[in-house]
Structure formats: structure tokens, C-alpha cells
Design a protein around this ligand. Structure first.
Ligand code: ADP
Length: 261
């Protein structure tokens, strides 16, 4: 609580009393804490790959590069870690754009099935590596209004997560249905699942249920924060249902018409 005060005088300059103003700054403090946490998280996330890139290049320059096998191995690590830096910076830039108060979607009319089918090649490689069956049972032509590249990003993020958090031999299924003025997209996996109590937190920036697993799969911890922002900018909704060891379903609800929503 923050208190400020000011004396009040009558017209003849006699002291009359005092006005006290009480500000509830809990919310402000909370926002300030979140901002500090975010900066700390970003710094930490950036530091990890940089430390690794520096370490491996120094070791190479100190002589390890004479060993052809080590040279190959370390260069691969350096490449992978710079890729991680790049994804992190891309996601941070996207998130900061989405969070600007004057942010505007670039709305056009497009076919949602085509947009979803375009994602398959992006996700197929990751799925093949784990022998995960990617099943997209979507027919028909659903025309929707929205920011196509951003909605594509949403479904890329959800589908890559579905593959990343599913064990070898599992299944990822994408389906689409229409319900009056809405369209519902389900991204289902037969993966590790999310503990019930963690579900509300997974959309927070950098929140991960299992940090090590997220890192190994190249996750930035920002994917779902971006998903939530984009869907909310479209005035849609994302819902999650999950069962540990059984799998997870992300349900995205969008209005077909942007102006009507
Ligand atoms: P990350 O880059 O870590 O995947 P996200 O923001 O995309 O970041 O997801 C946040 C966390 O939510 C993940 O670290 C993971 O713990 C959990 N998660 C997201 N999608 C799934 C899924 N399909 N199955 C299980 N856990 C998931």
C-alpha cells in the first residue's frame, strides 16, 4: 500500500484537514516482479547457448581441431546451439510484437484446410525421426478470416509440441470441425501428458513442465505463450485436456468471420 497526503485550507487560509490517498500497488508490484523475472529468464536462456558456443570454439582453437572427429562433433554442437539462439531471438521478437498495444493482425480470407496441410512437410521430418504417425483427417473447404501466417505459426507450434512430447511410435492427429460460426481444430497426441495442476501455467513465458526435455527437443519455452497471444488477438480460445501417460489434446476455437466476432 502506498499513501500520499496533502493538507487542505479554507478560503481564509485556516487549516481544515488533510486528504490521504491510498494506492493499492499490489498489481503494480506484481507486474514489476514479472518483468524482472522475464529479463532474468531471457538472460539465462541466452547465456546457456553462448557459453556452449564459446567453450567449444575455444577448445577447438586450443588444439582439438587437429582431431578430425572432434572437429566434426564440436562444429555440430556449435551449429545446434546457434540455431537455438536464433529460435529464441525469433520467438522473443514475435512475442514483443504481439504484446505491443498498437499491434494489429493482418487479416485476409483463406482456406483453413490448405493452411493446415501446408504444415505437414514442416512437421513430418520430426515425426519420421520418432516413427510417429501424423494423421490429418481434414476434408472440405473451410474459409476463415484471420492472420494466415500467424495462425500457421500457432498450428506449427502445437504440432511440433505434439511430436516432441510423444514417445517413439506414438500418434499425432489433427482434425477440424465446424460448429455454427466457429471452427474447431483439435491437435491430439498419445504423448507423455501434462499434470493437471500445471495446465494453467504452460502458456506462461518460459514455463516448462520438464526443462531438460524441452531443451533437448530444441524448445524455447515461448511457443505456447505465442499461441495464446495469437489466438486471443483473433478473439478465439485455446483449451487443453490431458492425461498423464495417455496424451494431450489442444483445442483451438476460432470465429470463421473476423468482423463478426
Ligand atoms: P517448449 O519450447 O518448452 O515446448 P512451449 O511454450 O511450447 O515451450 O510449451 C511449454 C511446456 O508445456 C513444455 O515445456 C511442455 O512441458 C508442455 N507441453 C506443451 N505441449 C505439450 C504436449 N503436447 N504434451 C505434453 N506437454 C506439453
Amino acid at each position: 500500500l502506498e499513501v500520499t497526503g496533502a493538507p487542505i485550507f479554507t478560503a481564509s487560509r485556516k487549516w481544515k484537514g488533510v486528504v490521504l490517498v491510498f494506492h493499492d500497488i499490489t498489481e503494480m508490484k506484481h507486474l514489476e516482479e514479472m518483468r524482472k523475472d522475464f529479463v532474468a529468464n531471457v538472460s539465462h536462456e541466452l547465456k546457456t547457448p553462448i557459453t556452449s558456443i564459446r567453450g567449444f570454439s575455444e577448445t577447438l582453437l586450443d588444439g582439438a581441431m587437429k582431431d578430425e572427429a572432434l572437429l566434426q562433433q564440436f562444429l555440430h554442437i556449435i551449429l545446434k546451439e546457434s540455431g537455438r539462439l536464433q529460435s529464441l531471438i525469433n520467438d522473443l521478437l514475435e512475442l514483443s510484437k504481439l504484446e505491443k498495444s498498437n499491434f494489429q493482425l493482418n487479416v485476409t480470407e483463406f482456406n483453413l484446410q490448405d493452411l493446415l496441410k501446408d504444415i505437414v512437410p514442416i512437421v513430418q521430418h520430426a515425426a519420421d525421426q520418432k516413427q510417429i504417425e501424423l494423421d490429418m483427417s481434414i476434408d472440405g473447404e473451410t474459409v476463415v478470416e484471420g492472420d494466415a501466417p500467424r495462425l500457421k505459426q500457432v498450428f506449427v507450434n502445437l504440432m511440433l509440441n505434439a511430436v516432441n512430447y510423444t514417445a517413439e511410435g506414438g500418434k499425432v492427429n489433427v482434425s477440424l470441425s465446424e460448429e455454427r460460426e466457429n471452427v474447431i481444430i483439435l491437435v491430439r497426441d498419445t504423448g507423455i501428458g501434462i499434470p493437471q495442476e500445471e495446465i494453467p501455467r504452460i502458456f506462461e513465458r518460459f514455463y516448462r513442465v520438464d526443462r531438460a526435455r524441452s531443451r533437448n527437443s530444441g524448445g524455447t519455452g515461448l511457443g505456447l505463450a505465442i499461441v495464446k497471444h495469437i489466438i486471443e488477438a483473433h478473439r478465439g480460445k485455446v483449451e487443453v485436456e490431458s492425461e498423464i501417460g495417455k496424451g494431450t489434446t489442444f483445442k483451438v476455437i476460432l470465429h470463421k468471420s473476423f468482423t463478426q466476432s
